[in-house]
Design a protein around this ligand. Sequence first.
Ligand SMILES: C[S@@+](CC[C@H](N)C(=O)[O-])C[C@H]1O[C@@H](n2cnc3c(N)ncnc32)[C@H](O)[C@@H]1O
Length: 248
Amino acid sequence: MKNNKYSSLFKAISEQTALPDNAVIADLGCRDASFLLAFQEAFPDKIKSAIGVDINDKDFKRVKYKKPIKLKVMNCAQKLEFEDNTFDFVFTKDMFECVSDKDFLVSEIYRILKPGGAVICVNCDWDSVVYNGENKELISKAVHAYAVTKQPWMDDLDSWIGRRMYGFFNQNKLFESTVSVHNVVETEYKEGTFGYDLSCDIAWLYKENTGALSEEEYNEFIENLKTAQANGQYIFSKPYYICKAVKL
Ligand SMILES: C[S@@+](CC[C@H](N)C(=O)[O-])C[C@H]1O[C@@H](n2cnc3c(N)ncnc32)[C@H](O)[C@@H]1O
């Protein structure tokens, strides 16, 4: 996770991660396991076994992983296929918003954690994403429309998931919970950045005829970003809420 767009976020996460020796860890909604690999790199002598699960395996081959990492297809909206008190550490990033019964998933994470084990749950608050550019109304419309428009593969969608996660873990007093926010800030509009990639994803709104943003509006949105970049005024910022909850 060095020298890529996730570096600063992973640093903020790993600073809050404390693993015991021979730690057994899991990543729920791991996609290509890149965060599991980053944990392995950051804590090379601590991890005994690591399992990444995702509802589909289409990205499992994208990253080279080896022991102690295993990957498995699993639907985290259902009872997790793990024994009680299995894990020292559970990580999950940008997956909770896809699951409709969040309280059930929290109870499942509680069940599979060992007493004293910790979960770190990281979520972008999509409705708080910021781009600078001339046309405030249009830029806000594009960001908000993308945040609140459910894509077909999602079981659920909550554009405020970042600010809500702490409450999901804290409300039942089963965990000792803390929360912090890591803001990713970019000042260049170029390929490979969060801001550039998100601006490309937003095209989905007109390509799929969602009615949330027209092609003309999308093109003007992109022009706004390019102009801001050309004038040295481009800013993109994205808040990641990092919720840490320790099983009592
Ligand atoms: C936005 S991606 C985040 C991937 C990865 N955690 C990361 O941050 O790089 C969401 C991931 O959650 C997975 N996912 C969505 N719903 C899921 C479910 N019910 N059970 C397991 N994985 C799920 C998706 O397949 C996808 O890989």
